[in-house]
Design a protein around this ligand. Sequence first.
Ligand code: TPP
Length: 577
Amino acid sequence: MSRKVADLLWEMLAKAGVKRCYGIVGDALNPVIDALRRNGRIEFIHVRHEEYGVFAAVAEAYLTGNPVAVCGTAGPGVVHLFNGLMDARKEGAPIIAIAGDTETSVLDTFTLEELNPYKFFDTASLYTARVVDPEQARSVFNTAILTALLEKGPTVISLPGNVASTDVEVGSIQISIPAAPLMRPTDEDLNRLVEMIDDAKTVAIFGGDGCRYARDEVIELAKRLKAPVGYAFRGKQWLEHDNPNAVGMTGLIGYGGAYGAINEAELLLLLGTDFPFSEFLPGDKVKKVQIDKNPKHIGRRTSIDLGLVGDIKTTLTVLLKRVHEKTDSRFLEKHIAKTNSFHDLLQHYVDKGPGIKPIRPEFLAKTLSDLASDDALFFADTGTAVIWLARHISGGRDRRLFGSFAWASMANAAPNAFGAQLAYPGRQTIALCGDGGYSMLALGDLSTQVERRTPVVQVILNNDALDFVKIEQQEAGIIPFGVDFKSPNFAKVAEAMGAKGIRIEDPADVREGLAEALAHKDGPVVVDAVVDPFALALPSHVPFHTVKGFTLSVAKQVLSGRLDSVITTMERNVRLV
Ligand SMILES: Cc1ncc(C[n+]2csc(CCOP(=O)(O)OP(=O)(O)O)c2C)c(N)n1
């Protein structure tokens, strides 16, 4: 049967489970979007910025596991997709990007908006194809869909408008998507692992997103081995809640006993994690075993004594049949006690919060966590928002915590929450945003949310600063520079755009303001929370160079006449209040 290439595209995407395509149309994409309209099975989400669309798609794809389409048109529109596609690659989200391309008759002539898709997408995309002949179409679309789904990341189909509107002869359109295969190490390797576990007096576990489907198995293993369980940001939501062995996170936003546990154990099991901060992982004094279904992850962050390829669930299911229970729980108890005392420390600004103005972000985040529903979906911007998410937003069986954890782009949270709301209509979706991030990307597409009346709750930490970088600069020993700016009253801006706006300046209004926001179901709401720009968040383990850098920065600030801001930082962070 004959159909246009663009019709074939949407037919195959719909068969693969794509429900939405986010993007902006124009020139080369016009015949593609005309076919989408004809198809009628995929919803087009017209966003104001292509990057916003991709961040929305990333959240939808990650949370649901379904493939999601995005589109941008020739040259500049395509370029706007890039940052989001990098995020999809790092977060493991199956996205198929349709890039409008210049007519085939003028390819390689440096014509208007021409972009070489192979070169341009090389870093982000798992598979990039340029369809210059209709006969390629079925095979290319099939490969793009399967690669995105099975390798979990973005693929790109670059489609010139003239090819999209050409007829192509295709037989039956089937798209067969196999489930991910079960993978585990050989018996020989598992026996070596059992021996290493038997030989170690103390074992700690550190897990990442690879534990997503293996929560029960990891917790059971930890119980048997009396092992404390630490986690990377991407492992927190799977391993923290209702886990008596949980000891928190390590790294620069770390808390609890995780750093101590993984550095003091005799044996460390790294499960499904590509945690990038090597300096927070132990050196040679701790034996390390790493298990990951992606062989490229093994040994790249720290040297490993035993590397095993396998998915965590399948591997641990077999391991649990062979492993011998340990009886001495003193190591576990020590690190649980450390975790508990760190929690008391974290609680300080939460408890004192109602009496401190400007509002402490710790108090704001904890109140939000307490008020939100048990199945809320939380998203945090890269910036201080991720710190407060890590430390004060509690997970739960049905809660999800997501962000640009592995790529670390700013401005992800509001679009993430928008995509999640479209995927799970009516479920509470909450974005904790930076004021820098919100101004960067989210503001324009608040109009999109208003039009669609999506009840997304956006809480902006209005601190008039790129605060995370301000802290970074001080840790690096330099005087904060280029980090201050003036934010508008976001509540008023939101109201002017047709959303609900709530401004909170007084700590006494935090609870009521957030409750009102969460109760608002008729469209988006923006909470403009004026928070303390001097709130510091130091990790549970502070590396020496950080202490040195901070001291140096403080000295430089004093010497350059900024004593007032140094005093304010000290006053606001050494429990004087
Ligand atoms: C697109 C992008 N640009 C720059 C950075 C570097 N960066 C990381 S956090 C941050 C500051 C974020 O500021 P804001 O959104 O205001 O949040 P805050 O830290 O003040 O809470 C910057 C500039 C980045 N990660 N991504």
